[in-house]
Design a binder for this molecule. Structure first.
Ligand SMILES: Cc1cc2nc3c(=O)[nH]c(=O)nc-3n(C[C@H](O)[C@H](O)[C@H](O)COP(=O)(O)O)c2cc1C
Length: 210
């Protein structure tokens, strides 16, 4: 039992009674929190500095042959309508039309490549996309990768010099998402219950180990 102030504080911290000194989120928790959101809180507006903070992680990402061919176009609420009509969310939820009205994403990061798409470009895209989404999660935001969109329409509406290959939506997620462990024989389609909870089947480590 500590009888001094700092000792008591440390004792409380170690026993979980206080949040100070602040515990940082473990990496595994950050990854678990980083789910794909298809509905956002429209009372919250993503700021330019927040998108910049998310994109600022990219120069530190690995890149095939270190060619760094990817280019990023931030899109804030004032331009959201140049992207929104051209994206498709929740293709596996055939009975739903997502995003639900009033929950549309209003900020995006459009990822383009200066060279023709090939497997290395696509690997680089995956790495920067997930890294940016983790950075977004760390600062209290959420997002999703969007591969299903009208590439030509987005390129034209944003006057991009390169074809866009992947879009990230960014915002404050307004959905309840749960991962559920599934086996090889289960469907991998995500689904929702009558309360709107979104379930994402995930194969266990044992299943994916060869
Ligand atoms: C490369 C890539 C492209 C994706 N494109 C879309 C898309 O166009 N629309 C969509 O609703 N979700 C899209 N997603 C999100 C996936 O559906 C999502 O990752 C999956 O359902 C698992 O959910 P989780 O990210 O929460 O684990 C994409 C994900 C990745 C990695």
């Amino acid at each position: 039992m500590a009888d001094n102030y700092l000792g008591k504080k440390m004792e409380d911290f170690l026993s979980g009674k206080t949040a100070t000194p602040k515990r940082t989120m473990t990496f595994a928790k950050l990854v678990a929190k980083n789910r794909s959101y298809r509905g956002y809180d429209n009372t919250f507006t993503v700021r330019a500095d927040q998108l910049r903070r998310i994109m600022s992680i990219v120069p530190a990402c690995p890149s095939a042959r270190n060619q760094q061919v990817l280019r990023l176009r931030p899109v804030l609420a004032d331009e959201a309508d140049k992207v929104l009509p051209h994206i498709r969310l929740g293709g596996a939820l055939r009975d739903m039309k997502l995003p639900l009205p009033g929950t549309e994403p209003r900020a995006f990061i459009v990822i383009c490549s200066t060279v023709a798409e090939d497997k290395y470009v696509n690997m680089d895209i995956g790495i920067v996309a997930q890294t940016m989404l983790l950075q977004a999660t760390e600062i209290g935001l959420n997002g999703i990768c969007i591969g299903a969109f009208d590439h030509a329409a987005v390129q034209q509406s944003l006057a991009l010099p390169y074809e866009p290959l992947l879009i990230l939506a960014i915002g404050k997620g307004a959905e309840h998402i749960c991962m559920v462990e599934s086996t090889e024989s289960d469907s991998r389609n995500y689904y929702r219950d009558e309360k709107g909870v979104h379930y994402v089947p995930k194969l266990s480590l044992e299943t994916i180990l060869l």
